[in-house]
Structure formats: structure tokens, C-alpha cells
Ligand binder design. Structure first.
Ligand code: 5GP
Length: 344
């Protein structure tokens, strides 16, 4: 047994230190980035925020709105070719849509078919709860062989060694995060995880050294957390809970005592597994939970609030664009980030 003594940080453990700046207004801050991906050579421009491939978030109607802001949506694994084909604007929004699958043969066949028929799609997100198995790296290599020109997102991992391994196996982008998610119970169920900001800092450093990119996936609870992820070196930030609970996600609306709620659940919660896979296998346990979140109305308002927050972070630290945010970042470690005396 060994203990690592170095302190690892979550978003809530730090704040940005403000810096002198010549920016006049947050309106001047450019949030778009252009990336060229390591293997696919695809050049992408947009605001690097991704709606997670979870039910109620990774949906086509969400993608429609996200794409208006040049942000990406990873569709849930359950999206079938026919549904995607039928979506009226799919040929317009495809640079901002990723399809997803896991590592099972059947799902991969469906994805192969989708990519064959709808060849314009660029992004393929392959994610599993635990990206540390040998089998997973081998699977990424074989997908890279099948699709030399597609941009492959692979995850999830939280350490530099495995980030490098996935990149060397053929991933253009590595998805980082084990356990930080809003409806994730992995840390309770297994005791496994890694504080998310440190995971982002360490994995982005490893990926950038190899000319690849990372996505900070999970754990953002407010716009400031998204800025902290970018400040820590994330190329993209993936959001579940913050984008859930809106009209476009399509979840069940629940009315209770004059309030409206929408059910939201983890992709490996019992609810999700019952719905998509016909129940838990007896050697597995659920690593996700079901929550009711307050209905938030149209997605646009939330997006504008998020983008306003990130622009403002940039002006506080003197970054004229999102690209400069990490260079302008000094984090201070804090014992308390927020005064919640009037919160319920
Ligand atoms: P959030 O933005 O809600 O904090 O985190 C979203 C991320 O949580 C997702 O993109 C995914 O990586 C992760 N996630 C979603 N569902 C589950 C689940 O049931 N269990 C675990 N361990 N993680 C989940």
C-alpha cells in the first residue's frame, strides 16, 4: 500500500486571482477556439463546451440550440440512424454533433453503420465508466484503424499515464473525469476517483505534450467551475447537470406544490440501465443516481448565463480570449469559495 501525500484539488478548492487588464468590456472577450486534431487532422472552430451524452442532455433538440452558439452535443448512445437522419437540420449542425458508443460489438456495429451512411459526422465519442482496461485501449486502436479520418474522443480516465496511452492508441481527444459528476455515485460505491481540477491539470499537460486534446467531463456546478476547468488547461468542458432540466432535453415534467421538476439520472443509474439495457446484471451495481431538478425553461437562457460568466472570468484575469485564459490563470487555494449565509 502507498499513499500519495500531495494535495489534489477540486474546482471548489481554488479561485482565480484577479489581474490587471486592459480589456474594456467582457463583450470583447472571444470564446471561440480553433483546434486541429492529432489524427483526424480535422480543424474545428467553436465555443468548446459539450453537452454530455446523457438522457435529457445529449438530445437532438439540445444539439440544435447548442449549435447556434457553435457548441457541441454528444448524442446519447441510444440515437439510431433513422432518428438522426430524420432530424431536419442535421446536415447543417453536424460539425457540432458527436455520436457515441461504448465498447460492445453490437453498439459499435450501429455506429459503424451511422458513420457510413452519414459520413459528414466528424466526432465519435467512445466512453466507458473505467477507461483503464487493456481491452479499452485495444478497442480504440481498432476504431482508429477503421476510421483514420474521424475525430475520436475516448474516456474516461484521470491520470497522465492513461491519457498518454489512449492518445498513443489513437484517440484525438481524451475525456477526463472519474466520479465528479452530479448524478454519479462511483466514489460512494467504489471509493475510486480523483479530484477533478487536478485531473484536468495533469491530463491536459500530458495530452498537450503529444499534440492531443482533453475534455474536462463532470463536476461543473456553476459557470465559475467551467472557467476553472479552462484555466486548468481543459480544451473542452463537458456538462451534464448544468444543461439538464430544460425544455429541449425532453424529460418528464413533474408538478409538485406549484413547482415544476424534471427527472435527471446518471447513465449507469438503475433507471438508465432498466430503460436501455433491461435491468442490472447481477454482478454489477448501479453507479449513478436519480434526482429531480427544478425545471429551468429554455436552454438559451442558461447558455447565455454560462457564457456571460466565462467572459467575465476572462476579463478579471486579463485574458482577451478563451485561448489566453490558462496562460493568465493563477489559482489561489481557498478554504471557502462562497458565502452561502442566505441560501436555503
Ligand atoms: P455533471 O456535469 O452532471 O457533473 O457530470 C456529467 C458527467 O457525469 C457525464 O458526462 C458522465 O461522464 C458522468 N456520468 C453520467 N452518468 C453517470 C453515472 O451514472 N455514473 C457515473 N459514475 N458517472 C456518470
Amino acid at each position: 500500500m502507498r499513499i500519495e501525500e500531495e494535495i489534489k484539488l477540486d474546482y471548489s478548492d481554488v479561485l482565480f486571482r484577479p489581474k490587471r487588464s486592459t480589456l474594456k468590456s467582457r463583450k470583447e472577450v472571444n470564446l471561440e477556439r480553433t483546434y486541429k486534431f492529432k489524427y483526424s487532422n480535422f480543424e474545428w472552430t467553436g465555443i468548446p463546451i459539450i453537452a454530455s451524452n446523457m438522457d435529457g442532455v445529449g438530445e437532438l433538440n439540445v444539439a440544435q440550440i447548442m449549435s447556434e452558439y457553435k457548441m457541441i452535443t454528444a448524442l446519447t448512445k441510444q440515437h439510431k440512424l433513422d432518428n438522426i437522419k430524420k432530424f431536419p437540420s442535421i446536415k447543417k449542425i453536424y460539425p457540432f454533433v458527436s455520436i457515441s458508443c461504448g465498447t460492445d460489438e453490437k453498439a459499435y456495429k450501429i455506429v459503424q453503420n451511422t458513420l457510413k451512411e452519414l459520413n459528414f459526422f466528424q466526432f465519435l465519442c467512445i466512453d466507458v465508466a473505467n477507461g483503464y482496461s487493456d481491452h479499452f485501449s485495444k478497442f480504440i486502436s481498432s476504431v482508429r484503424n477503421d476510421f483514420p479520418n474521424k475525430t475520436i474522443i475516448a474516456g474516461n480516465v484521470v491520470t497522465a499515464d492513461m491519457t498518454q496511452e489512449l492518445i498513443l492508441s489513437g484517440a484525438d481527444i481524451v475525456k477526463v473525469g472519474i466520479g465528479p459528476g452530479s448524478v454519479c455515485t462511483t466514489r460512494i460505491q467504489t471509493g475510486v476517483g480523483y479530484p477533478q481540477l487536478s485531473a484536468v491539470i495533469e491530463c491536459s499537460d500530458a495530452a498537450h505534450g503529444l499534440g492531443a486534446h482533453i475534455i474536462a467531463d463532470g463536476g461543473c456546478t456553476c459557470p465559475g467551475d467551467i472557467s476553472k476547468a479552462f484555466g486548468g488547461g481543459a480544451d473542452f468542458v463537458m456538462l451534464g447537470g448544468m444543461l439538464a432540466g430544460h425544455d429541449e432535453g425532453g424529460g418528464k415534467l413533474i408538478k409538485k406544490d406549484n413547482n415544476k421538476y424534471i427527472e435527471f439520472y446518471g447513465s449507469s443509474s438503475e433507471t438508465a440501465i432498466d430503460k436501455h439495457y433491461g435491468g442490472l446484471l447481477d454482478y454489477r451495481s448501479s453507479e449513478g443516481k436519480v434526482v429531480k431538478i427544478e425545471y429551468k425553461g429554455p436552454l438559451k437562457e442558461t447558455i447565455q448565463d454560462i457564457l456571460g460568466g466565462i467572459r467575465s472570468s476572462c476579463t478579471y484575469v486579463g485574458a482577451p480570449s478563451l485561448k489566453q485564459l490558462s496562460k493568465c490563470t493563477t489559482f489561489v487555494r481557498v478554504g471557502r469559495q462562497y458565502n452561502n449565509v442566505f441560501d436555503e
